[in-house]
Design a protein around this ligand. Sequence first.
Ligand code: ADP
Ligand code: MG
Length: 258
Amino acid sequence: MANKPKRKKGSGDDVIVIKDLYKTYNTDSDIAVHAINGVSLTIKRGEFVAIMGPSGSGKSTFMNVLGFLDSPTAGTYILDGVDGTRLSENEKAEIRNSKIGFVFQGFNLLSRTSALENVELPLYYHGGLRSHEMRDKAKELLGIVGLAGREHHTPNRLSGGEQQRVAIARSLVNNPAIILADEPTGNLDTKNTNDIMGLFTRLNKEKGLTIILVTHEPEVAEYTDRCVVFRDGNIVKDAKMKKKKSIGYQKKDQDMIK
Ligand code: ADP
Ligand code: MG
């Protein structure tokens, strides 16, 4: 259609474009650690990607750079059309708040604060909504992650899996371009791990959310569509996942996600 806004050619579907990225840590002992060693990677909108690799291979460093929590030593990083290389600290913080949802291994919820308030919190920082609008939005997201009725529970009254659901709802609250999850199932048992991976899968398939997730568990990576493997700060493998884990979710679950 003539009036349909056009995306810039060649960049529209790429939500992450990384070229020749390096991150070097200079430690006290004067020995430089090359945590990321010349990595290039493109991720398209709507992809569900697992980042794997042995301990110390640079996965967390890479995620920190993706999340604007750390700056690369060299190379370029374009997130959702924004070139991250020349941004001030304030501009980076603004991108973090508006374009990136974080999910951590340890949930990182405020312990004496209800599920609802934990999800609302990023909206306060972002500004622009009235308090009842923030409440409604947080409530809607808690419904989407399957926690309707538990809005007023504090984290200590929720299981690990439920706490991670709260954290996922919180990560979605500003409609981010990407979700970054560093070992999100690292503290969960098998049942809760499958639960959380089923939820990520639905969010990816039903809402088209771009999800990048670090894991060292092959069973977790099987839920994703693409696996990128790091070793010594380099990408040594980047492949489509062949064996997809069946998630077997019900029609009623599909209806939850609109
Ligand atoms: P992974 O998440 O794959 O286990 P990391 O990204 O945490 O790996 O670490 C990659 C390498 O960078 C390791 O050798 C680690 O010791 C080093 N490293 C990570 N963070 C720092 C830091 N803040 N200062 C110095 N070295 C670091
Ligand atoms: Mg790590």
